[in-house]
Every structure is written in structure tokens, then in C-alpha cells.
Ligand binder design. Structure first.
Ligand code: UDP
Length: 472
């Protein structure tokens, strides 16, 4: 059985970054890439994760791998395969690293199964990875690959995209599970210093904030007519499409059109001028979609015609995220139980994932159309959705948890000190809806803040430092 899949290459012209980052930053990227290419000639960087679509890691790899390829550096992306038990263990680890859920099942039997699945994947990975190559392993799903790849002569870096502000009993249980696997890596990368467990050698721990690609289908500019056409086509706006189907560029260079409707659960649809509050997330408890729904219903919905769209992927049981279907079902139940007036202002939107670029155009249009974007997560390593919305000049109301506290600086959005305080959440959203000038001011500052801190060139420069320091 083939377990490991190669994600097809998707070169992205790096020169276009020059139009959004200053010349000095662009020159630094090119000079660093030239030095890297010379030093690492004949060696390949292998990214390994557990899904090519859905979620922040896949989103980021699509952009970064494409730019590195265009810089003439050998880089590939491999996706491992696991069974339902494996992904149930890794989802438990995911929640526990975030300080949530029940780590009780993370026992010797789980470690045995986890090792068994990753050993089988490692056998296939070793057909690709050569001594001297660099293996960049992403998240708990891949930690068990560190030992076999290091033994095969690769420089192994484990990149953790998740984390908790404070280490608690739950996080410690997850780290104890992962510790024997992680010790084989040469270095470890976290999105924030606080996420690293203290038993890792601090000299080999790196902090690398994630990033977005301003030119991806998800983030590229869309004019107002296109936004309206996309939203009318997918069925979240009560207007006829403004023109022919919206077009988007696929990663393989072909052009597609947005034609598929979303599955929209709604008692009423917004008109083009009604204000829309949007949260885009996987159906994951830590994103607290139901909390957003209740906060909106109790504190925002009855003020003028304003709507909430909770948006997530249609595939609610994406292989590596087994809780999605249950979380969505819970949202649906709670939506049915809303008072009719609030229900008529609340939309549950599940976007088709058949074509990832079509899906990205839908997310892009929804984020651009939003008057306010929320990310009321209970835990968040780094919220790509936050950076995406800020890049689009949207005012973001985000929980002051994890990476979001680094992403929203004063005057670039609003942080919620206590994400479980629904009255405060509702009051903040209502205040912004009532003050369009403040929204515009925050949105403009948000865009500049993302440009200065979270565009992919900075991410790549940090990786070059990490690999430069760790590789022989
Ligand atoms: N996303 C998407 N379609 C969806 C829901 C989410 O493309 O229906 C994307 C979203 O735009 C973002 C990523 O998935 O790029 C989620 O990343 P984030 O860091 O916010 O959260 P994660 O899923 O990694 O916990």
C-alpha cells in the first residue's frame, strides 16, 4: 500500500513579492537564497505533514514551497497516511498540546500504534530522503518520523504550529507522549517561545512566526463585483450574480470558475448592504463557533439587519481531523435552538472542498465582504484566518490567546481578554458595526501590520537561519 504521497509542485513567481515588501527586504531574500543554494547544492528540503488540503499548515506550505522552488532551491512536500485510530490519537495530542481535551488515552497502547503507523510511513519516506537532506516535520502527526529520518542521515527539524500559553497537566501529558519521539530531532521550531516544553535544549529551539502569501488565491485582490458574484453563487447573499462566474487561477496554471454552491443552513439571507460578521474556521471545538453563535444571538442580532456567517469546510470528517462532523452537528443543533429572530440572522456555511482554489476564492470573498471578522478561539497556535482578514483590511475581533496576541497589536484590531465572556464579545462586535470609521482605521493599520510582520519572505529567512545553524 502506498502511504506517502508527493504533493504536486506549484511554483510561485517570487518576484511578485517585491511589489508588497520593501526593496531592501526583497534583496535580502534573494541574497539569502543565493547563499543557501550554494551551500546546500545537491540537497533537498522535505516538508512532511498529514494533509495537502484544509487547515493552516497546508495553506502555508502551498505558498512557501512554491516560492522556494522559484528561488531555485530543491524542496518537496510529502503527505503521510494514517488510519482512523492514528488520527484519533493525533487529534487528542493536538487538543492536549493546546491545553484542552482529555489526554487519558495517550498511553502505551497509543504510543505503540502511533509508532507502528509512522514506521510504515518512514519506510516509504526513505525512498525519497537522502543523507544530507533536510526534513521539516510538521506537528504531532509527524514527530515519530524524526528518529528514522535522523538515522538515515537527514537533518531533522520538527515544526510545531500549535501550543498553549501556559504548560498545564494536559499539555505536559501530551509532551510526555511526544518526548521520546522528539528527542531524535536536531532542532525544534515553535510559533512562540512559550510553546516550547522546558526540557528541550534551548540552544536548538527556534521561534518562527507563520505567514501568509498575499498572492495566493485565498488572499489575492478581488473587485467588488467579483466578491458579490462569488457570494451570490455560493448562496450566502440574496442578490443575483453581478456578472459571469468569477474566475480564479489554479495552481497548475489553468483557470477555473466558481460554480459550486455552498451548503448554507439559513432562515434568511443578507442583502448586499446588510452588515455581515464572519468567522472562518475548521469545525473544531477550540475555534468556538457555537460561542460566536450564542454571543451574536444574545448581544448583536437584534440590532438592525446584521448577519453572522460561520464558515467551515464541507468535508467535516477530513481524515486528520476526526472531530469535525461532531462539532458541526453540535453547531446545527444549537442553531435550531436559537430564538427565531436570531436564527434568521445566522448562517452556517460549509464550503465545498472539491477544488481547493475554488474553496480559497470563496473564503477570500467572504473575508473581503465581512464588516467584522471574528476569531474567538479558545486556543490558537497562530490564526492564519486572522492574518488573512487583516491583510484584506478587515477589523478583526480575536481572542487574546496564543499567537493571536502577537498578531493583533494595539490599533490593528481588537483583542478579547476573556474569550468566554460573550457579553464583552457581543459589545465589541456591536461597537465596531456601529462605527464604520473606526473599522476603516483598524483595517488599514491591520493591513500594514501584516505586511510588516507576517508575509512569507520573513518566514523563509527565519527557516534559512534555522537550517544554516543546524545542518552540517
Ligand atoms: N480554511 C479554508 N476553508 C475553510 C475553512 C478554513 O480554506 O472552509 C482555511 C483558512 O482560510 C486558513 C486555514 O484554513 O487558511 C486555517 O488556518 P488557521 O491557522 O486559522 O487554523 P488551523 O485550521 O490551522 O487551526
Amino acid at each position: 500500500m502506498v502511504l506517502v504521497h508527493v504533493v504536486p509542485s506549484s511554483r510561485r513567481p517570487v518576484s511578485r513579492l517585491e511589489t508588497v515588501i520593501e526593496a531592501e527586504r526583497y534583496a535580502r531574500l534573494r541574497t539569502t537564497a543565493d547563499g543557501f543554494r550554494r551551500r546546500f547544492a545537491g540537497r533537498t528540503i522535505w516538508n512532511v505533514n498529514s494533509t495537502a488540503v484544509g487547515g493552516g499548515v497546508a495553506e502555508m506550505l502551498q505558498g512557501l514551497v512554491g516560492y522556494v522552488e522559484d528561488l531555485g532551491i530543491a524542496i518537496r512536500w510529502l503527505v503521510i497516511h494514517g488510519d482512523a485510530d492514528f488520527f484519533s490519537i493525533t487529534k487528542r495530542l493536538h487538543n492536549a498540546v493546546h491545553g484542552h481535551g482529555d489526554p487519558a488515552g495517550l498511553d502505551a497502547a497509543a504510543a505503540h500504534h502511533y509508532t507502528h503507523v509512522l514506521t510504515a510511513n518512514a519506510v516509504e519516506l526513505l525512498d525519497h530522503v537522502r543523507p544530507g537532506d533536510i526534513a521539516l516535520l510538521h506537528d504531532p502527526q509527524t514527530a515519530g518520523l524524526a528518529a528514522p529520518l535522523a538515522e538515515a542521515g537527514a537533518t531533522v527539524v520538527w515544526r510545531c504550529h500549535i501550543g498553549a500559553d501556559r504548560q498545564t497537566g494536559v499539555t505536559e501529558a501530551a509532551w510526555e507522549f511526544l518526548r521520546p519521539f522528539l528527542s531524535a530531532a536536531h532542532g525544534w521550531v515553535f510559533s512562540r517561545r512559550a510553546y516550547a516544553p522546558d526540557w528541550l535544549d534551548p540552544g536548538r529551539v527556534w521561534v518562527v512566526p507563520p505567514s501568509i502569501d498575499p498572492f495566493s488565491t485565498k488572499n489575492a485582490d478581488l473587485d467588488a463585483d467579483t466578491v458579490r458574484t462569488v457570494l451570490a453563487t455560493i448562496g450566502v447573499l440574496d442578490v443575483p450574480p453581478a456578472g459571469p462566474p468569477a474566475r480564479f487561477g489554479r495552481r497548475d496554471g489553468t483557470v477555473g470558475e466558481v460554480v459550486r454552491p455552498a451548503a448554507v443552513v439559513a432562515d434568511g439571507l443578507p442583502g448586499p448592504d446588510d452588515e455581515l460578521v464572519v468567522q472562518v474556521s475548521r469545525w473544531d471545538r477550540l475555534k468556538d463557533m457555537t460561542g460566536v453563535m450564542r454571543g451574536f444571538a444574545d448581544h448583536v442580532a437584534d440590532h438592525r439587519p446584521r448577519y453572522l456567517a460561520l464558515v467551515g469546510p464541507a468535508v467535516t470528517n477530513v481524515a486528520d481531523d476526526p472531530e469535525g462532523a461532531t462539532v458541526y452537528a453540535d453547531c446545527l443543533l444549537q442553531w435550531r435552538a436559537l430564538p427565531p429572530a436570531a436564527r434568521a440572522r445566522t448562517l452556517l456555511v460549509t464550503l465545498p472542498l472539491d477544488d481547493t482554489d475554488e474553496n480559497a476564492t470563496m473564503v477570500n470573498a467572504l473575508q473581503r465582504h465581512a464588516s467584522v471578522v471574528t476569531q474567538k478561539s479558545l486556543a490558537e497556535g497562530f490564526g492564519l484566518t486572522v492574518a488573512e482578514a487583516m491583510w484584506k483590511g478587515r477589523p478583526v475581533v480575536g481572542s487574546a490567546v496564543g499567537g493571536i496576541t502577537d498578531q493583533i497589536a494595539a490599533g490593528t484590531g481588537v483583542l478579547l481578554d476573556d474569550p468566554t465572556d460573550l457579553a464583552a464579545f457581543g459589545a465589541t462586535v456591536r461597537h465596531l458595526l456601529d462605527h464604520p470609521e473606526e473599522r476603516a482605521r483598524l483595517g488599514a493599520a491591520a493591513h500594514d501590520y501584516v505586511r510588516a510582520n507576517f508575509v512569507g519572505d520573513l518566514h523563509l529567512l527565519r527557516y534559512a537561519e534555522v537550517f544554516g545553524a543546524l545542518a552540517p
